[in-house]
Design a protein around this ligand. Sequence first.
Ligand SMILES: Nc1nc2c(ncn2[C@@H]2O[C@H](COP(=O)(O)OP(=O)(O)OP(=O)(O)O)[C@@H](O)[C@H]2O)c(=O)[nH]1
Ligand SMILES: [Mg+2]
Length: 355
Amino acid sequence: MTNRIRRWSRALPRIDAATARSNDITEELKKDRVAIRATRVLALFGGPGAGRSTFLRQVKLHSFGYDTQEREGLGVSIQTSMISALRLILGSASISDDPAVQLALSSQEDQLLLVDTIQQRLAVPLVKQVIEASPQFQADPSLQYMMGAITRIMTPRYAPTDIDILHCKFPPAPPIVEIPFKPPLRGLIEHPMKTTVVSVRCGNGLQRKWLSLLGDAEAIIFLVDLSRYDQSEYCPETDEQLNCVRAAMREFEAICNVPLMRFDSAVVIFNKFDLFTEKLARIPFTECFPEYTGPNEAAAAAEYCTQRFQALYCVFGVRQRNIRAYNTNSLDVDQTRVTLQEIMEYIVRLRLRIM
Ligand SMILES: Nc1nc2c(ncn2[C@@H]2O[C@H](COP(=O)(O)OP(=O)(O)OP(=O)(O)O)[C@@H](O)[C@H]2O)c(=O)[nH]1
Ligand SMILES: [Mg+2]
C-alpha cells in the first residue's frame, strides 16, 4: 500500500504536466475553431479573362484599400510590364531603324533610356498608332491605357491611382487567390467577422478539385463575361466548341452540383456589360441564342440569361431560390461600389434571415 502511494506520488507531477498540456491543446483547438468559424468565405469563380482580377481589385479598393507601400510595389510591377510591352511592340513592328532606338532596345538594364528614347525619337503617338494599326496589340485595352499614361507611369517612385490599378496589366495571378474583405454595409448591423474572398479560375473542370476546400463557403459569386455571347470555346469534357455563355452556364451548374458544396446563396455577375451593350448593336443576341424571343436590348437579354442561370441553380436536383444576378462594368469604380454593397446586403440579409 505504502509502495503504491509512493509510486503515485512520484507520478503525480508527470500527470499534472500531461493534463496541463492536454488542457492547453484543447484551448488552442477551441481558439482555432473560433478563428475558422469567424472567417466567412465568399467563393468567386470566373472563366479565363472574365474579369476576376479586376473585380478583386475593386473588392480591395472598396474595403481595405491600397496603402502607399502597396501602391509603390504595384507601380514597379506596372512599369515592368510596360517595358516588356514596349520591347514587344518595337521589336515586332520594326517601326524604326534609328540606331538610338535599337541601342535602347538592346539594353536590358537601362529601362529609363528606353522610355526616354521612345518619348524623344519615336514620340508616343507613333507607338499608339502602331498599337491601333496592329491587330496583335489593339485587342489589349490595358496596353492602350498604359501607353496613354506613359509619361506619368515611367516616373521614379510612381504610385498608381485607383483607375491605374484597375486598368493596368500585372503579372498573371495564380489560379487561386485569397484576399481579406471588409464588406461595405449600409445600415445593416451584424456581428463583425473576418471575411475573405477566394477567387478560383474556372475552365476545363480543373478548378473543381479546389472545391473541397471551399465546402463551407457562404456564397458563390460567379462571374460571366457576357460580352463573349457571340464567341465559342473548346470544351474538353464533351470535345466540342461551345458558345462561351453556354459554357459558363454549364460550369455554374457543375459547380453547384458538386457534393459537399453547400452555398447558402449564389450571385451571378454579368461582367463587361459595357462591351455587351456595345456589341448588341452590331450582333443581335438571337444570332447566338435563337430561342430568345425578347427585344435586342442589353437589360432584357441579361434578364433572360438570369432566368437561365436561376433554372440551373439546383442541389441534388432540387431547385434553389437564393440566387441573384447583377450587371457590371468592373472598370467603373462607382458602379462596382454600389453592386458590391447590394451583393453584400443580399448575402447578409439571407444570413440574418430578414429577406
Ligand atoms: N470593358 C471592360 N473591360 C473589362 C471589364 N472587366 C475586366 N475587363 C478587362 O478585361 C481584361 C481581363 O480582365 P482580368 O480581370 O484580367 O480577367 P481575369 O478573369 O482575371 O483573367 P485571367 O486571370 O487571365 O483568367 C482586362 O483587360 C480588364 O481590364 C469590364 O467590365 N468592362
Ligand atoms: Mg486574373
